[in-house]
Ligand binder design. Structure first.
Ligand code: ADP
Length: 483
């Protein structure tokens, strides 16, 4: 099958969250299964041009009454032959931010250009995909365009699959963008782009994509309910029969404690001595007391309301009173950043916070901590709890979305479990669950060790998920072509 991924993020070129991990990994798994898969991204100002080459012909993308001219660069996903194309347009993508201009006409032009550019690029390459796989709102313009301005073109047999990574991000744009993007005014209706007088590309994509997927079965259910649907639960419910939940996997090239290039020592489920060295290293690096016996909690997260870290911040003292340590890496909410920063280094070497985005430290925390905190309010899939299990760092999660699907509750009576779950996001419930984990760590080391082994050896690669996507692509094609 010919599959084109159109996305705003892709590891290692551009990443703000889990979407980038998925787009950087799933194409490799699909290629390994024999598909002709390619990726299209914007060439943001921060993406260096080394190890990529520039196509000789510029690409004209119809916009407004003329064309926007872009340069096309090409590279490939590291460690594979998956081609990655980059659309270069300095005025729209030359800045330092992936997501800028949200809500403005310029913001609509940015990913509108990428989406329309996808069709133009395929034409220029004489490569018409069977499926265009788009991701969240930025490339959700593609299904709308395919059913509109491209409806009678050489793409009429092409199906679209929209993967929902997070329903919560739904920027709205002024309706003037319709003309600029050559989208008919008739799409300004409730069962398409219209959202309280504005354009909501996510909503348009939900109605127009041939098939929908999201990143866990549980989240597929949650987004059809008023609580989880972020205002679009009715649309989701209407398309419920076309919605499939497929769990994300782990990219073994990047997240494997036996080979991880960021770690000071390596380890595996058979021999955890390297993990002890990682903990020692992390404690020194973070200015924590260097104590092998103390349970060390780790957090790596965007600091947003979604992640429940406001509750973690409320209970820092109670966690440290368990004779535990806590290290937090994150950025986002300014108030949370300020609170964390103000406490960094104050707790007698028991608490450390690093504000910012730091890829290496994220790996080092996953490896060096004993327990990983992720009490999200909602979580479409979540990757950090997968990484932490792979690294023997048992996750403490709220039983929602993908967290509920991917973490098995500790059950000492039956020798089961890969982590600890809580249901209510309250300070008491979080502390009680953490206390249970600390108690297990300290007083039942054999059970803890056995849980680490189960977590580390659990199959979490992309190959299983890739098969799920193959099925969805096949259904989408059948639906689109009617055979
Ligand atoms: P989300 O996509 O909602 O942010 P996920 O758990 O699905 O949550 O994915 C988050 C990804 O971003 C993980 O790969 C995680 O390691 C990474 N990440 C989040 N915050 C940071 C940070 N401050 N520094 C480095 N990596 C981070």
């Amino acid at each position: 099958m010919r599959i084109l991924f159109v996305a705003s993020e892709c590891v290692p070129f551009a990443k703000a969250g889990g979407l980038g991990d998925v787009v950087g990994a799933l194409p490799k798994a699909l290629l390994a299964r024999g598909h002709d898969v390619r990726v299209l991204l914007p060439k943001y100002g921060f993406i260096p041009a080394h190890e990529m080459w520039r196509h000789s012909a510029p690409l004209g993308v119809p916009m407004g009454s003329g064309e926007a001219w872009c340069a096309v660069w090409e590279s490939h996903l590291p460690g594979s032959k998956v081609p990655v194309y980059f659309l270069e347009h300095d005025a729209l993508f030359g800045g330092p931010d992936i997501y800028e201009g949200e809500g403005s006409l310029r913001g609509a032009a940015r990913f509108g250009l990428l989406s329309r550019g996808a069709f133009q690029l395929c034409r220029a390459l004489s490569w018409i995909p069977d499926v265009i796989h788009v991701h969240d709102w930025p490339s959700a313009w593609v299904p709308v365009m395919l059913n509109g301005v491209e409806a009678q073109s050489e793409f009429k047999g092409t199906a679209t699959v929209l993967t929902i990574h997070n329903m919560a991000h739904q920027p709205k744009f002024p309706t003037e963008a319709l003309e600029m993007l050559h989208i008919g005014k008739d799409e300004l209706r409730e069962d398409s782009l219209e959202d309280f007088g504005h354009l909501n590309p996510f909503k348009g994509g939900l109605y127009h994509a041939t098939m929908l997927t999201t990143v866990s079965p549980r989240y597929a259910y949650e987004i059809r309910t008023p609580d989880g649907g972020a205002g679009l639960h009715q649309a989701m419910d209407m398309r419920g029969a076309d919605l499939v939940g497929i769990l994300n996997g782990i990219d073994d090239d990047i997240w494997d404690p036996a080979t991880d290039r960021y770690l000071p020592a390596h380890f595996s489920s058979r021999d955890l001595s390297g993990k002890a060295s990682c903990k020692d290293w992390l404690q020194r690096e973070m200015g924590l007391q260097v104590r092998p016996d103390v349970p060390l909690f780790g957090v790596v997260s965007r600091l947003t309301d979604q992640k429940g870290l406001d509750v973690v911040v409320q209970v820092i003292d109670r966690l440290l009173d368990l004779d535990a340590q806590l290290v937090v890496l994150g950025s986002g909410d300014r108030a949370l950043e300020a609170t964390l920063r103000s406490r960094d280094g104050w707790e007698d070497g028991r608490f450390a916070a690093v504000i910012g985005y730091n890829e290496a430290l994220a790996h080092q925390i996953e490896a060096g901590a004993d327990l990983f905190l992720m009490p999200s309010r909602f979580e479409p899939c979540g990757l950090n709890q997968l990484y932490s299990q792979r690294y023997g760092t048992l996750p403490i999660v709220r039983a929602v979305g993908g967290l509920d699907d991917t973490v098995e509750q500790f059950d000492p009576a039956h020798g089961r479990g890969t982590g600890f779950k809580l249901w209510n996001l309250t300070p008491d419930s979080l502390v009680a669950t953490c206390a249970w984990a600390v108690e297990t760590y300290r007083h039942h080391p054999a059970a803890f060790r056995e849980m680490q082994r189960r977590a580390m050896t659990k199959p979490m690669g992309w190959d299983v998920s890739a098969r799920g996507y193959e099925d969805v692509y096949a259904w989408a094609l059948t639906r689109r072509r009617g055979s």
